[in-house]
Ligand binder design. Sequence first.
Ligand code: ADP
Ligand code: MG
Length: 399
Amino acid sequence: MVMRSHRSADVAGRRVLLRADLNVPLAGTQVADDSRIRAALPTVRSLLERGARVVLVTHLGRPRGMPVEGLRVAPVADRLGSLLGRPVPVAPGVVGADVEAIAARLASGSVLLLENVRFEPGEERNDSILSRRLAALADVFVNDAFGAAHRAHASTVGVAEILPAYAGDLMLAEVRALGGLLSRPAAPFVAVLGGAKVSDKLGVIDTLLDRVDALLFGGGMANTFLAAEGDEIGRSLAEPDLADRARELLGRAADRGVSLLVPDDVVVAPSPDGPALTVGRDAIPADCSAFDIGPRTARTYSAVIATAKTVFWNGPLGMAEREAFARGTRAIAEAVAACAGTTVIGGGDSVAAVRASGLTDRIDHVSTGGGASLEFLEGRVLPGVAAIPDASPADSGPA
Ligand code: ADP
Ligand code: MG
């Protein structure tokens, strides 16, 4: 089913509580990367153009239920204001009489940003009193915060149970793109999984094994598979207690005719700062760690990606934040960008790597979700998604 869209709601003159994920990285009082603010713009702009009085709410960082000076939303309001071309005032708090008075006076077509919702101890507990106080600020609730949809918090779930709730454009786009990978991926479907640990990705590997034609592994997680197959991996990052799980996954992949590929060559070094050397997977020196896939592996993976009709990629293929170990990730980013099929990337570090390569425009869907994207692909029902009613047939006009 499809969540009902905010575009099917009559919002003119009404107060709309809009939950967005504007949890951007800060450098002091500056927004270091405004991607998430930009991703929220279509819904914000649409609501404003339709005459809504928008009360916007987000979390920022992990203040753990109390005000933290460095995590105030003022820098977010400044950047949003310059993107919208109009000032975005910040409320003196999250909820309460003062904030209610300001929200009540808000003019049609204008926006107010609440203070960091995680300053409230009730937020992460999905406290019903906080939910009611949030609901008191508006007539309608729109959730566009896909990145927070895997958490049942007051501002994602509690308030959706009180006010009429709708999904924002980003929420709908994320669920459409990621849902498409689960329900109707065009074959061949190739998934590339990297990143630090297998344990983070076991759930996704499980659901993907039933759907993909090929799984390509890289990054730290691939080391666990190399070790499980009997290679000496030196001091590489790995999870030896998952060796049995890794062998079981290799077996299941073989049973299903899924080609599960692990690196055939790797870039090793004694430490991330040490001199790098490319070696075969069976020649990792005892005093070295594998920090990237090697060029032969990158070529093999790129050739598989080139044939795909659907690609999902999560997790860098190596320690991509270091130039010496970024080549594998860059090669895969280029292969995914060049692929003619439907391409979806998720995961904080992989998305950052693709962005650094300037290739995001050539990817069909770059998920802003991180943890939420992975949980969605594990086949779990995300509480923030479940809290929004389905669209009725009458709503399903052109978006
Ligand atoms: P994402 O955020 O895209 O989901 P992860 O958070 O799972 O990705 O993984 C990213 C991290 O994995 C980075 O910090 C990177 O340095 C680390 N990493 C990747 N490959 C290796 C490796 N071979 N050895 C050690 N760390 C690695
Ligand atoms: Mg990460």
